[in-house]
Design a protein around this ligand. Structure first.
Ligand code: EAX
Length: 330
C-alpha cells in the first residue's frame, strides 16, 4: 500500500473511532426529569437549579436534568406516584401528600410541632430525619434529602383572622393530608383537600375562601391576586423532600448514586437559604401587593383548638416518633 493510501486509511479510521466515541458519549447522556408544583421563581426552582448544576457537573454531562415546574407533571401526589412507576425521576415536594405513601412522615405534619426553623432543620438533619428518609424505601420511594417549604400561614378573601373564632365557617383548601384536615376541622374550618395546581383557580372562582401555605409559596404563586388577608398563624412547619425513583436510582453504580445524593443535598441547602431570605423579605412584598397582614396572632387558642389532632394521630400511629422528636435536644 503506498504512503498516501495508508495515510488516508489511517485518517478515516481515526475519524470513525472519534465519531463512535462521540456518539457513545452522546448516547450515554441520560435525561433526568425533575418535577415540582411551584413557579420558576420559587424556592423549589432555586433548589432544582442547584440539583441540575451539581448533577451535570459531577457526572460530566452523563446526566442532564430537565426541570418541569408549576405542576407540569401533575400535583405532588401524582408526581410521587410517578416516581413509583418510573415516569418521573426526581420530585421536590412538600410532605403534604407524602403521608399517604409513607405514613411514618405524618408526624412531621402535626400542627405547632416545631418551635422554629432551627429546631425543625436540626431534627430533620439528625437521626430521626435519616430514619424517615430510609423508611421511604419500603414504599418504593427513594428519600434523597430533606428540603424545606416553610411555616404555613392562613390566607383568605373574607376577613381578618386573629383567633380560631374568626376562622370558623371559612372554606379553606388544605393539602391532601389527613392530619392537616383534622386540625382545621377542630378549628371549626371546612377543610377542602385539593392538589396544589388547582388552588389558584379555586380561590379565583370562590370555590374556597382561603388556603394555607408558607410565605414562600404565597409569594411564588402571587396569591395576593386572589387573597386579601394573611394571618401569620405559623400553624404547621411544612418540610419539603427531594425524592427519587427507585427505577432510576437502583440501576446506578455507587459513584453515580453519590452524584444524585450530593445534588439533592445541594438542592436542599439552596432551597433553605431561599426560604430564609423570603421569611425576611416576603411579608413586605405581600403588603406592597395589597395584602393586609395580621402579625399579632395569639397562637395559644389555635394550639388548643387543634390539640385533638394529636390524639387522633397517636391513636392511629402511636406516639414513639412524636415522643422522640419532643425529647430530642434540637
Ligand atoms: O409544596 O400543596 C401545597 O400547599 C404545597 O405547599 C405546595 O404544593 C408546595
Amino acid at each position: 500500500m503506498n504512503a498516501n493510501v495508508a495515510r488516508h486509511t489511517l485518517t478515516t479510521a481515526i475519524t470513525g473511532a472519534s465519531l463512535a466515541l462521540l456518539s457513545l458519549h452522546a448516547q450515554a447522556a441520560q435525561t433526568v426529569n425533575l418535577g415540582h408544583t411551584l413557579s420558576d421563581s420559587s424556592h423549589y426552582s432555586v433548589g432544582a437549579d442547584a440539583f441540575k448544576a451539581t448533577l451535570e457537573r459531577l457526572s460530566d454531562g452523563e446526566f442532564t436534568v430537565e426541570e418541569h415546574t408549576a405542576g407540569a407533571l401533575g400535583g405532588e401526589r401524582a408526581m410521587i406516584e410517578g416516581l413509583q412507576i418510573g415516569t418521573v425521576d426526581i420530585v421536590i415536594t412538600s410532605t403534604g401528600p407524602l403521608g399517604n405513601f409513607v405514613p411514618e412522615t405524618y408526624v412531621l405534619d402535626l400542627p405547632f410541632l416545631f418551635e422554629d426553623y432551627e429546631q425543625a432543620r436540626c431534627v430533620l438533619d439528625g437521626e430521626i430525619g435519616e430514619e424517615l428518609l430510609d423508611k421511604m424505601d419500603e414504599h418504593d420511594i427513594v428519600g434523597l434529602a430533606w428540603s424545606e417549604n416553610g411555616f404555613r400561614h392562613m390566607t383568605n378573601s373574607q376577613r381578618a383572622v386573629t383567633t380560631p373564632e374568626d376562622a370558623e365557617g371559612l372554606k379553606v383548601r388544605t393539602m391532601e393530608n389527613k392530619v392537616h384536615m383534622e386540625a382545621f376541622k377542630q378549628m371549626g374550618v371546612h377543610p377542602t383537600p385539593m392538589a396544589f395546581p388547582e388552588v389558584f383557580t379555586a380561590l379565583q372562582q370562590g370555590t374556597v375562601d382561603g388556603q394555607e401555605n408558607p410565605i414562600t409559596v404565597i409569594v411564588a404563586t402571587k396569591f395576593w391576586e386572589v387573597q386579601d388577608h394573611l394571618s401569620l398563624t405559623g400553624h404547621v412547619y411544612s418540610p419539603a423532600a427531594v425524592l427519587g425513583s427507585p427505577i432510576l436510582l437502583e440501576g446506578l453504580s455507587d459513584e453515580q448514586r453519590g452524584w444524585f445524593e450530593q445534588a439533592a443535598q445541594d438542592a436542599a441547602e439552596a432551597t433553605r437559604d431561599e426560604v430564609s431570605r423570603l421569611e425576611r423579605e416576603g411579608i413586605e412584598l405581600l403588603r406592597e401587593n395589597g395584602m393586609t397582614v395580621e402579625t399579632e396572632i395569639d397562637k395559644e387558642p389555635f394550639q388548643e383548638a387543634v390539640q385533638p389532632a394529636y390524639e387522633i394521630y397517636t391513636e392511629q400511629y402511636g406516639s414513639e416518633m412524636l415522643d422522640r422528636i419532643r425529647a430530642s435536644d434540637c
